[in-house]
Design a protein around this ligand. Sequence first.
Ligand code: GAL
Length: 945
Amino acid sequence: MQSGEALLATGFADDIDPAIRSRERLDQDWRFALGHATDANKDFGHGLRAFFFAKAGYGDGPASREFSDAAWRLVNLPHDWAVELPFDGRGNTNHGSKAIGRNFPENSVGWYRKAFTVSPADKGRRISLEFDGVYRDSVVWVNGHYMGTEPSGYSGFRYDITDYINFDGENLIAVRVDATGEEGWFYEGAGIYRHVWLTKTAPLHVAQWGTFVKSTVNGAQAYLDIEVAVDNLADADQTFQLRHEVYGPDGRKVAEVETQSLNVAGHKTGLFTAKLAVTTAALWSLETPNLYRLRTLLVKDGAVVDVYNTRFGIRTIVFDPDKGFFLNGKNLKLQGANNHQDHAGVGVALPDGLQTWRLNQLKSFGVNAYRTSHHPPTPELLAAADQLGMLVVDEHRMMGTSPEIKGQLERLIRRDRNHPSVIIWSVGNEEWALEGNPLGTHLAIEMQAFVKRLDPTRRTTVATSYSGKGVSLGADVIGFNYGAQHDVDAFHRAHPDKPAMMSEEGSTLTTRGIYFDDRARSHLNAYDRQGRPGSSLSIEEGWRRVQERPWMSGMFIWTGFDYRGETTPFGWPAISSQFGMIDTTGVLKDTAYYLKSVWTLEPMVHILPHWNWAGREGETMDVRVYSNTEAVELFLNGRSLGRKVIVKDSHLKWEVAYAPGKLSARAYTGGKQVARAEVVTTNVPAQTRLSPDKITLRADGEDVSVVWVNVLDKAGHIVPTASDRVYFETTGPIRILGVGNGDPNSHEADCVADRHTYQNVGSWRSLAVDVIEGRPEWVGHGVDTSGWRDPMQWMPPEAQPPLTKGVVLQGRFDRSVIAAGDKIALFIDQLSPDQKIYVNGDLVSAQSVDGALKIELAAARFKDVNTLAYLLRTPEGGIPGIADRSVGGSKWGTLRVTQSAAPWQRSVFNGWAQVIVQSTGAPGRAVLKATALTLKSSAAAFNIV
Ligand code: GAL
């Protein structure tokens, strides 16, 4: 069986002839630049051209095909530009205090452009552009034509662009993304942070997300009810057959059926059903996440005109009001984690491999369920959950029944309803305006009924911060956010038919590796305790209460990973939350070990705190031990501090007078030692260590390795207080995507990139000349051009002067803000074959870059007002005129000032940091090197194949 990522890489369509259906990722080589949210002139002139939104095909500025983006940066998707921005106290602390949002119009709009070609052989096919998610408020233009606007930063959307395709040359996608607004109260990123696809099908084809496989398990057998939506975008009625083939987890065909002749009228969608049986069903479960594949062939006149693959799993789920949750008839508690979608280094632009890595990290301490708080997830997250055996609460963003909100909910359900990992839909979270009133009850009921019509196989939940009225009464399955905020027993007694879960619990506030509060640094000790007294519980208390109530389906801790934003209780200058069981890079905090001790069976024991307390000799330390064994004995420097019996769902505690050395724990079950752990007083930092999670990467430009960076003493122990700054360098075909260290107070850069600012050369004037040899005086600086013509002013042909041998064009630009080390370049188009270019009167030479010309300039040449002049030989037919100022400016001269990216570096936080590396696309051997001022350096080698 192919790996999940490999399947995903091809859109799960690896066995489909691309001539029948092709689904190609458009992730590589987008041109990107920041525009402006409030000033059209700084937004590359977008919106300034008359009729730009009034007439079809009038997209202006970057939305026009003619615009030159040669000066823009090249980026690959997924891309999050917010993570590249600096921290700023004027930013929204809930969003991680990045310099983006209302106070930063210059950083809040991003433009993406991509040229692509379509073969003339594709004429007659339907061609769609599919975006999995763009944060947010995106407007898409194709070949200068407006396609549409998608306000949501989380919903997938699609444009059928067939009618606009130019088969004989280039096509141009332009996307304007405006991240000024916000949808959540946590870091949300900015940009095209999920994949983009180009899909080609026949006019008669299976609709997008057009299949639905429902399974019923009966003993060893399973019955499949298949629904397929077929779009007929041709004018005429179409008659065809559907053939359904089911392939088992081992890739072998296990069932097939062919329908009778079917028919769909022109420009209509037909819905067809079929039934199949799988005689020996391999159920999807947490331990054996067996996946099936439905291969649907659309056959017309004996020829296959479409093939559509649907991955699904066979399993049963029950939310029982008395006994909780059942998977395949087996009762299990949901050991859940809430998560937002951001990660150290990369923000919300998670490469697919990181989705898998994150789920594995959660699984490592026993998480079996994931709530996609509070918005639709990235498709690859669900694919990874299917593959790894992780249950998912799939959450919609905002409660409501308006067409837009319902449309987003419908897209979520259609997209995700075949995933076996998805066990329930959540239609809302803590909707404060609805929680206490009848409208809340009503909307919950309406939304759930709507969901049921799209998916009758699953139940629906709403997470509430208040129960007894409003939303909670309408919820099919009640989600309680925080035990201390509800009387869950009273609610259960009053509503004995409603299944329930703790959709959020915890919100504990702990900093990884910190054992004494240091509020000046926004660091809070990592001992488990109530985070928000009066509303939330400690992790231990929360879990104990769930365990005591068989009817409670489980608990979702708030949160699995720390995330940027929600810097409770500090605000600025803290930049990330501390609610997590693991930090933003994924290092386990002590609370994760508590959960591991109650959520996993493999014998383990964990001790806190660390044992580097120079200066605190003799002080009593609060030593705690988590273990899933029967008893633990603790030793300090070989001396027993006593054996204690584990109390179920709890921890052990010793008060230990600090003395340097070794604190060790031996854990016993049935009288036998089954696990041990130790913390040692380390020596001073001596060396760095890199530990990649994998060293062989696919040479596809997408595969990633997550690399731990540690600072060790000379004996090889991680120094738990180390904060050394480590510098990273790569050789060979890998690149660094980002770095992080999990410190909620760190303002170091997660992601470094060149920062460009642009200025259009303007005030153009032209002069017709007959002398074009040598150097006419008119190209000089300081020439009086007041009598010259405005070349952007359109002139009727009869008013145009007779053609001269040549023309001088002169434009002006002001001095830019230039810092030491900045690189300056002018980008221009080739206007005539032998044009001469003068900057401030000096002849300059240009190099050709991606079809444009680049002129590098030294800062010393800058004056307050600068001139760019061309001497052009008039080509046949005259000089190409400019009817469009916004576009023309970009072609005749764009000044770019580049602040080069700083070298990759990161301080370790309490001994740990992380680097994410990605293959660049070429095969070969690559090395990541880590150096620090006084430490021995280290390296990690990768095979890129
Ligand atoms: C909840 C909310 C979460 C998060 C959490 C922090 O009320 O649903 O999104 O804000 O509080 O404690």
